[in-house]
Design a protein around this ligand. Structure first.
Ligand SMILES: Cc1cc2nc3c(=O)[nH]c(=O)nc-3n(C[C@H](O)[C@H](O)[C@H](O)COP(=O)(O)O)c2cc1C
Ligand SMILES: C=C(O[C@@H]1CC(C(=O)O)=C[C@@H](OP(=O)(O)O)[C@H]1O)C(=O)O
Length: 397
């Protein structure tokens, strides 16, 4: 494929939370990327860890099998087929499962039944469940591995849980990411992490749930990914949609977007300065994106995760079988899945960035793409030769 020729990276998942397995087809990964199941394992394990996870995470030992697209340890350019088995399936198989007719406020039970006309709510939760994100994290691990070939790093961390806010000013992104990997609440600020642990324990005792804010960042991203040419090519739109597609994610902002609304423009926009012949920015309140295009600064996006719907404390609902008002019944669930959701958001960001990078570079194999990456325009004066002459841009046809 030629440079600039667009070939969309895409994936589709299938599978239910308690069915035999999750499967995913990832189409558009170029040939020549070394890949094996161990490379996918690290992220899958991260998704299962973290304080506030429920009992299911002790049952599952997620591992993705590669069923297509890799031969002799290298991608072939054919679609990747991945399979993750559900260990819990064995306990459900062949059993009569009691009817579930009391929808939980905040879950997909009622809206799914209204849409599809179910006579039992279980099919709704089976597919809406965040169990599906295991397949996405496997996709994200492939994309992260590909981005790594270009020196691009994607990472994330918890910024707040409930009312506990971390203090991260002045801490470089790479350090935030590294510290979060060592923390059971994925938080780089040790004091805040301690307070988050206490907050999670307290909410568990109170038979309730907690949400939070996660920040994901991409480092060493070249300028020029995404475009303002169409609404659906703006990178904010693509990343925003990807992050909002994660269950329980209800808001996103790029850089400190909401805080920016409280400041005048002169205090918001990132000054453009020169350092030798390099064009540099002395701030990053835009989150690394201007006009829907990466500007070479770290790409930084935050996501708001709601407190999840399944609470040990009953909530008001209706029994659809009996036609009476009643209260929700508790099955098993997470209490605060915010720490383990970090890697899911990283996966979605890595996927969109990989798509945008391949779109920029074209190419069917890594060997073809890598030299093109080296030639990408950088923020240097010599990369932008401008002669200062006037142009007549519009003339009668
Ligand atoms: C990692 C992760 C784990 C989750 N665990 C639970 C859970 O145990 N119980 C629950 O009610 N919701 C959980 N959720 C959220 C639900 O899947 C989600 O709220 C539901 O599908 C409805 O979708 P919506 O919140 O996006 O509207 C989890 C979400 C994520 C990302
Ligand atoms: C299974 C996973 O998360 C599940 C997400 C989830 C939900 O409603 O989203 C509800 C819970 O399911 P279960 O009732 O089987 O315990 C979580 O455990 C997973 O992340 O792999």
């Amino acid at each position: 494929m030629e440079e600039g020729e667009t070939m969309t990276l895409r994936f589709l998942t299938a599978g239910e939370s308690h069915g035999p397995a999750l499967s995913v087809i990832l189409d558009g990964i170029p040939a020549g990327l070394p890949l094996n199941e161990d490379i996918l394992a690290r992220d899958l394990t991260r998704r299962q860890q973290g304080l506030g996870a429920g009992a299911r995470m002790k049952l599952e030992h997620d591992r993705a099998r590669i069923l297509g697209g890799v031969m002799a340890g290298v991608t072939t350019g054919a679609p990747l087929a991945l399979l993750i088995e559900n260990a819990d399936h064995a306990r459900w198989k062949g059993k009569d499962i009691p009817p579930f007719t009391t929808p939980r406020p905040g879950h997909a039970d009622l809206s799914g039944a209204l849409k599809y006309g179910y006579r039992d709510l279980r099919p709704a939760l089976e597919r809406a469940s965040a169990r599906e994100t295991a397949a996405r994290v496997a996709v994200g691990a492939v994309c992260r591995h590909l981005l790594g070939q270009f020196g691009i790093q994607v990472g994330g961390y918890v910024v707040s849980i409930g009312g506990v806010e971390s203090r991260l000013e002045g801490m470089p992104y790479a350090e935030r990411i590294a510290r979060a990997l060592e923390s059971d609440v994925s938080c780089p600020d040790a004091q805040a992490a301690e307070d988050m642990r206490a907050a999670i324990r307290t909410v568990m005792q109170a038979r309730d749930t907690l949400g939070g804010v996660i920040e994901v960042a991409a480092l060493n991203v070249p300028p020029g990914l995404g475009s303002y040419a169409q609404w659906d090519r703006r990178l904010e739109a693509r990343i925003g949609a990807a992050l909002l597609s994660v269950p329980a994610i209800k808001g996103v902002e790029f850089g400190p977007a909401f805080a920016n609304t409280r400041l005048p423009g002169t205090q918001v926009h990132d000054p453009i300065r020169l350092e030798g012949e390099r064009i540099i920015r002395t701030g990053n309140r835009s989150g690394g994106l201007e006009g829907g295009i990466t500007n070479g600064e770290p790409l930084v996006v935050r996501a708001a995760m709601k407190p999840i719907a399944t609470t040990l404390t009953p909530q008001p609902t209706v029994d659809l079988a009996q036609g009476v008002e009643t209260e929700t019944r508790y099955e098993r669930s997470d209490f605060c899945p915010v720490p383990r959701a970090v890697v899911i958001l990283e996966a979605m960001l890595a996927f969109v960035l990989t798509d945008a990078l391949l779109e920029k570079l074209g190419g069917d194999s890594l060997a073809e793409i890598l030299p093109r990456f080296e030639r990408l325009r950088q923020a240097r004066l010599s990369d932008l030769p401008m002669d200062g002459t006037p142009h007549r841009f519009w003339e009668d046809a």
